[in-house]
Ligand binder design. Structure first.
Ligand SMILES: [Mn+2]
Length: 325
């Protein structure tokens, strides 16, 4: 990991450098980008953080304020030179939640199952619960002390991506967590934990309460308007808490298509495989064992026929029968 980081410093030298997390970044993506930015700064490289999609969730806005994360404005991103170095964080190129930006994607730091066929020059990849764990390990391997604000952000990233160390967590996440726990500002963590919802989010929860249907253990919710990825994910976690629901499939309208968030609490059912199979031919999807996401393409919605909700349910029920191990 250390050698790959030194290599990163070499190729970044003399270029504009942009750390690009996935679109609509979540706490893990943002914390990882922020921590990496600080690490690069210490080695003399000034990198910006640039992403697509808005930051609408209140806890993410709080993170931005608390850690003074100032993203590169969209018009500046459009002006990047072609030889700018882009570092993808918490995402791989060609994924549906990564908008292509100017510059060359030469580096990827990610914890999702490796699916891209894009050849990066440098890959720092581990199948762990949070990307923040990988960045924490990077600090440790380089012998860099982790500043308090960085530790706080990373700790929150791990908490959120592992649902408080309950989901998809590995020994490495636990080791990183315990290291960060000693440094982090727990008042800030509490504030972030206690402010994850805003009044307008309740509309999406309201849709869930009103629209939920359960078929064979799968809870389906169609949110009939667009909302941020993070909010769709929260609603997905929310219905997974129901005892009748072992797999949650929540989807919201987006630009004529639909954005999916899928959760599985069945050990034999991989959420990433499930959404990938269910949306085959009409969109794409993937992710982890317990959490995944997907997109149904606008130009494919016609294939769902006159009753898209029924068609979607059928696709997932059929896919579930196939992926069950
Ligand atoms: Mn992540």
């Amino acid at each position: 990991m250390k050698e790959r980081f030194e290599e990163l410093l070499r190729i970044a030298q003399g270029h504009t450098v942009c750390i690009q997390p996935h679109d609509y970044p979540d706490p893990d993506a943002l914390a990882s980008a922020f921590a990496l930015q600080e690490l690069l700064r210490r080695r003399g490289i000034e990198a910006g953080i640039g992403y697509f999609g808005t930051v609408d969730k209140v806890n993410i806005r709080l993170m931005m304020d608390e850690f003074e994360i100032i993203p590169i404005p969209a018009d500046k991103m459009a002006e990047f030179e072609e030889d700018a170095v882009v570092i993808n964080v918490d995402v791989q190129k060609n994924n549906s939640n990564l908008t292509d930006m100017r510059g060359e994607e030469l580096v990827c730091i990610d914890h999702h199952p490796w699916v891209t066929d894009v050849k990066y020059d440098i890959v720092i990849h581990e199948l762990v619960g949070a990307c923040a764990t990988i960045v924490t390990e990077l600090y440790a391997e380089l012998g860099e002390e982790i500043p308090r604000n960085v530790a706080t952000a990373l700790l929150y990233g791990i908490k959120m991506d592992t649902r408080n160390l309950c989901s998809g967590v590995t020994d490495k996440d636990l080791a990183a967590f315990s290291m960060l726990h000693r440094i982090a500002d727990h008042d800030i963590i509490r504030r972030l934990d206690n402010n994850s919802l805003q009044i307008s989010d309740l509309r999406a929860y309201g849709a869930a309460i009103q629209n939920i249907v359960v078929y064979g253990g799968i809870g389906f919710v169609h949110i009939p308007f667009d909302c941020p990825d993070g909010l769709i994910a929260s609603v997905s976690n929310f219905i997974l808490a129901l005892d009748a629901v072992t797999v949650a499939v929540v989807y919201a309208d987006r630009n004529g298509g639909m954005k999916f968030s899928v959760r599985s609490e069945i050990s034999g059912v991989n959420a990433g495989h499930l959404v990938n199979l269910a949306l085959r031919g009409v969109g794409n999807g993937g992710g982890h064992m317990t959490m995944a996401g997907g997109l149904l393409y606008k130009e494919r919605t016609y294939e769902l026929g006159a009753d898209p909700d029924t068609a979607i349910r059928k696709r997932f029920v059929d896919a579930l029968a196939h992926v069950r191990e």
